[in-house]
Design a protein around this ligand. Structure first.
Ligand code: SF4
Length: 481
């Protein structure tokens, strides 16, 4: 029997890309942009193109290269505007009907939508729309937007959006495309990233700036929280559809999600991670022989730890990069083999050594246990685990696949107990204060809810989720958790 293993990391929901560039091969450029954003989602991919009259699209399950393996698909997609999407499913199951772009035809024309994030009131909006007769094909928030636009009574999309966007609550970065217009939207807290770039022929929108480098675009600026940018033949214009609320970009973008060569709020992700590593080593020094990181997201922090401790930074663990979506998870009895297929220690490097193993986060702890065991089997004398973020104690409601509090090891156990549970000789987490100092921007810019339970947008039932349920309900607002 095959076992489905829950991933032991926060999982990002999506990467979005959009381009308005008359005279360019926009489908091909979107394909390259999605390649750069592939780390944000590997379950499905899709591209839609507009040519002034109509919108057409292609999408499928799998990696970008798999979905568009037949290059003929791309060459047939001619136009001057395109949007693209890579998806990791959180809300909505992993099926083709939930893959994006979502293409809809309604009385005012055609629309393609891609989005990243999660509406905390998505369930309530969906129920309301269903009661009024709307029919949903899939379970994504993009469909909710499509129905709201269609029902707005406005013929022009740019008039419809300012009416409906204030109804959305939660984390969302949307890119919409009509036959002649590209629109980028970021929620009033700016929880998920969205940046604006420029090519010689026009403009580009993307979840991360690394996609701009890939398509030869120049970074212009981040889309502001609560901002809508509209790009059409008249150029680019901006509208603030809602007053910017407390800026609360997901701090996990720096820790784990974003590619190291991306910049967020003007800070390079690799450089931030390296500082996290240095600070981590200052907060939790240890006598050891080598430092190694878990590829790929922990390598920048590991190099910072090594620098600070004055120890060699070694490739003690090698990742197999060719395990795709269709990888068959081994049954329980050979589960260790499964981990070893993905990650393998280099015996010659770790044998007889006191190893500092750096990871960017610890969610359930199951993978850490296996990696520590693996390093010991490869001959490591001691394994000291260092985590370049604080303990994850609360789930995320904004589009990231985290467990309920009961599955989060940081919510259940103390640090010494976690060290014992994962078999480490010692364990040290970076402090929240240290993390924010390393980013170098005021705390008010970030959502740090999974580390402290303080959510910038309350969940659908109105609960702030500040604390576990106790006799009086939620410790923060008194409502039932
Ligand atoms: S709860 Fe955590 S993972 Fe979710 S948006 Fe906030 S910081 Fe990011």
């Amino acid at each position: 029997m095959l076992a489905v293993e829950k991933k032991d990391k926060m999982q990002e929901e999506c990467g979005v890309f959009g381009i308005y560039a008359p005279g360019s091969d926009v489908a091909q450029l979107t394909y390259y942009g999605l390649y750069a954003l592939q780390h944000r989602g590997q379950e499905s991919a899709g591209i839609a193109v507009a040519n002034g009259r109509t919108v057409t699209g292609e999408k499928g399950m799998g990696l970008v290269g798999e979905v568009f393996a037949d290059t003929g698909k791309l060459t047939q997609m001619q136009g001057h505007i395109a949007v693209g999407h890579v998806r990791y499913s959180t809300t909505g199951s992993s099926t083709l009907v939930n893959a994006q772009p979502l293409l809809v035809r309604y009385r005012s024309g055609m629309l393609a939508i891609v989005h990243n994030g999660n509406l905390v009131n998505g369930g309530a909006l969906r129920r309301e729309l269903e009661e009024e007769g709307s029919i949903f094909q899939g379970t994504t928030d993009s469909e909710i937007i499509a129905h709201l636009v269609a029902r707005s009574g406005e013929k022009i999309i740019t008039a419809a959006l300012p009416k409906i966007l204030p109804r959305l609550r939660g984390a969302y970065s949307f890119i919409l495309m009509t036959p002649d217009t590209l629109i980028g939207i970021r929620d009033p807290h700016g929880i998920r990233p969205l940046s604006l770039g420029e090519t010689q022929a026009g403009y580009v929108l993307a979840s991360e700036t690394c996609a701009f480098d890939t398509v030869g675009a120049k970074f212009l600026r981040d889309i502001n929280p609560g901002e809508m940018v509209v790009i059409d033949k008249k150029g680019l214009r901006s509208e603030q559809f809602a007053p910017a609320a407390k800026h609360a970009m997901c701090v996990f973008e720096y820790i784990y999600f974003a590619r190291p060569d991306s910049n967020l709020l003007g800070k390079n992700v690799h450089m931030v991670r390296k500082r996290l590593g240095r600070r981590l080593a200052q907060e939790h020094p240890v006598e050891a022989d080598i430092v190694t990181g878990i590829p790929d997201s922990s390598l920048s922090a590991a190099s910072g730890v090594a620098e600070q401790l004055g120890l060699p930074y070694e490739m003690g663990l090698i990742k197999n990069r060719y395990i795709g979506r269709t990888f068959i998870q081994p049954a329980q009895e050979i589960r260790e083999l499964g981990v070893q297929l993905k990650l393998n220690p280099v015996r010659q490097i770790v044998a007889g050594k006191r190893v500092v193993m750096v990871d960017d986060s610890l969610v359930r702890g199951t993978t850490s246990l296996r990696i520590v065991e693996m390093l010991r089997r490869a001959g490591a004398k001691e394994v000291h685990v260092r985590i370049s973020s604080p303990p994850v104690i609360a789930p995320c409601y904004y589009g990231l696949d985290t467990s309920s509090s009961s599955e989060l090891i940081g919510a259940r156990l103390s640090v010494p107990e976690i060290a014992r549970a994962i078999g480490a000789d010692s364990l040290g987490y970076l402090s929240e204060e240290g993390m924010l100092e390393c980013i170098g921007l005021p705390q008010v810019n970030f959502c740090t809810a999974c580390f402290n339970g303080c959510y910038p947008v309350e969940a659908e039932d109105g609960c702030c989720r500040a604390g576990e349920e106790n006799d009086g309900g939620c410790a923060g607002c008194g409502l039932h958790v």
